[in-house]
Design a protein around this ligand. Structure first.
Ligand SMILES: Cc1cc2nc3c(=O)[nH]c(=O)nc-3n(C[C@H](O)[C@H](O)[C@H](O)COP(=O)(O)OP(=O)(O)OC[C@H]3O[C@@H](n4cnc5c(N)ncnc54)[C@H](O)[C@@H]3O)c2cc1C
Length: 455
């Protein structure tokens, strides 16, 4: 690897949460030498992410971990319903039937510690990835690597070293987050919806998610007068749950009070320091997209670091990482903040006005599909800078499995026969998509975002 004779590692990663662990897998697979550090030995035990989307499953596929992860997560074709206090549906984030455009189900529900265990086991496949648990980094000067990536979460040290500028998108609200292990034989548990509910009740907004198996998640907004230290005491907790469950239906597995934030940082890179995940953006969880954004960061950054460290691309390629990712993640956070304004309304009159806005019927929406910001792609409108779908090939394989961490060109067979180069050629693949967009070929980057199209 470039520079390996002078330096101990190509990349040092500070933080072995989900984002750092995925990045280590992707870099390990690319053959880079990686040191990853976490101050803790154990995986974070408090309740956090429960959902990821089809694009993130596709990234796990790129890391060679999709099958293992699919075996312990719950695929769902159902969406997310915003329901008012009377049970009327105001808005629905649509579900996805069957394998979606990414070749995988569009929504997956999971227990974050199990996902992180798989990511950690995945790192162990690579002798070139050295894991240092129980090792707090107090100063990046201790690290001996060509590049240092801060996957060190919301209170990032690496971010302080970079001196990033914070943009506050306005939402800061404390919520109680609990996981319950429910009795599957209880009639009340059987009656719980299998789609995600955002209960827009001004008396007490809540989120209800079927995580999988017996485990269900409730997120419960704190109201004036609540004492966070006592909310899980039975005489306070179960009355809040009365709409759904009684004490005999479930056991409280774990609980935490969080303040949900909406911030993006400007300055994801300074010299050899970079940021990914919660260290450079945080979103309220109303779309289930915070970790997903971090996984997209890792996917965007991994192939660029590999190209630069192999000597295939100049160091300036890494400057395209923030310019591409920041507007993309910002679109998700801005939508989450807007949804938060619907869900978190606690003034009864304003809630009634809100409900009246949806009187004509529920408003449907999807996850945003933003274009990457300007960077390593043609200066052109979408579909350039968006993801190319993942069809199955004639031999039954998913397209990405035939490409690996490389560029690829899909398109009309006659057009591709004239091409020479390093990119994988996939004649005839994605013809339906190409026809729909009126293009004859598309050049895909290793992260499957479209670099350019040929008309
Ligand atoms: C209630 C809740 C619900 C959520 N739901 C979803 C959801 O459904 N879907 C979704 O996509 N996201 C969700 N999220 C967001 C998701 O949990 C986070 O975005 C994700 O965990 C961030 O991962 P990360 O690896 O960037 O940071 P973290 O998981 O915070 O990991 C950072 C790691 O860095 C380590 N570290 C920090 N500083 C140092 C140092 N100086 N030296 C060594 N190690 C260090 C820490 O110990 C930690 O292990 C939710 C969050 C919450 C709170």
């Amino acid at each position: 690897m470039g520079g390996a004779e002078l330096l101990s590692a190509d990349v040092a990663i500070v933080g072995c949460g989900p984002v750092g662990a995925l990045l280590a897998n992707l870099l390990g697979q690319a053959g880079l030498s990686v040191d990853i550090y976490d101050r803790e030995h154990e995986i974070h035990a408090l309740p956090r992410a429960v959902h990821f989307d089809g694009e993130v499953m596709r990234i796990f596929q790129a890391a060679g971990l999709a099958e293992r992860i699919a075996a312990v997560t719950r695929a769902s074709s159902k969406g997310m319903h915003f329901v008012n206090a009377e049970g009327r549906t105001l808005m629905v984030r649509r579900g996805v039937d069957g394998p979606g455009p990414h070749g995988w189900s569009g929504n997956w529900y999971f227990h974050q510690p199990i996902l992180e265990e798989i990511l950690r086991a995945g790192m162990a496949r690579f002798p070139n990835v050295r894991v240092h648990l129980g090792r707090e980094i107090a100063d990046v000067g201790e690290l001996n690597a060509r590049y240092i990536v801060g996957c060190d979460g919301a209170r990032s040290l690496v971010r302080r070293m970079i001196g990033s500028k914070q943009h506050d998108l306005g939402l800061h609200q404390p919520w109680l987050v609990v996981d319950l292990l429910c009795d599957p034989d209880s009639p009340r548990v059987k009656a719980l919806p299998d789609y995600t509910v955002q209960l827009c009740d001004p008396v007490r907004p809540m989120t209800v998610v079927h995580v999988g198996g017996a485990r269900r998640r409730w997120e419960i907004m704190l109201m004036p007068g609540d004492d966070p230290a006592h909310l899980t005491e039975p005489e306070i907790f179960w009355p809040m749950m009365a709409r759904w469950l009684c004490p005999e239906d479930a056991r409280l597995e774990r609980a935490a009070v969080y303040t949900f934030h909406s911030v993006v940082q400007e300055g994801w890179r300074k010299g050899n320091l970079l940021l990914a995940g919660d260290s450079c953006h945080q979103t309220p969880p109303f779309l289930g997209q915070g970790m997903c954004a971090g996984m997209r960061d890792a996917s965007n950054l991994a192939w660029k670091l590999a190209a630069v460290l192999r000597g295939d691309a100049p160091d300036s390629l890494l400057d395209t990482y923030e310019s591409e990712r920041l507007p993309h993640v910002r679109a998700f956070i801005e939508l989450a903040v807007k949804l938060g304004a619907v869900l978190q309304e606690t003034d009864p009159t304003a809630a009634a006005t809100r409900d009246a806005r949806f009187a004509a019927g529920a408003q449907m929406f999807d996850f945003p599909q933003p274009q990457l910001g300007p960077g390593c792609r043609a200066e052109a409108p979408p579909p350039v800078g968006t993801t190319f779908p993942q069809p199955k090939l004639a031999d039954g394989r998913l397209m990405d499995d035939a490409i690996g961490q490389r560029f690829a060109i899909v398109g009309e067979a006659a057009l591709l026969t004239h091409l020479r180069g390093d990119a994988v050629l996939l004649p005839g693949v994605g013809s339906e998509w190409l026809a729909r967009h009126g293009v004859r070929a598309a050049l895909l980057r290793p992260d499957r975002y479209i670099f350019d199209v040929a008309r």
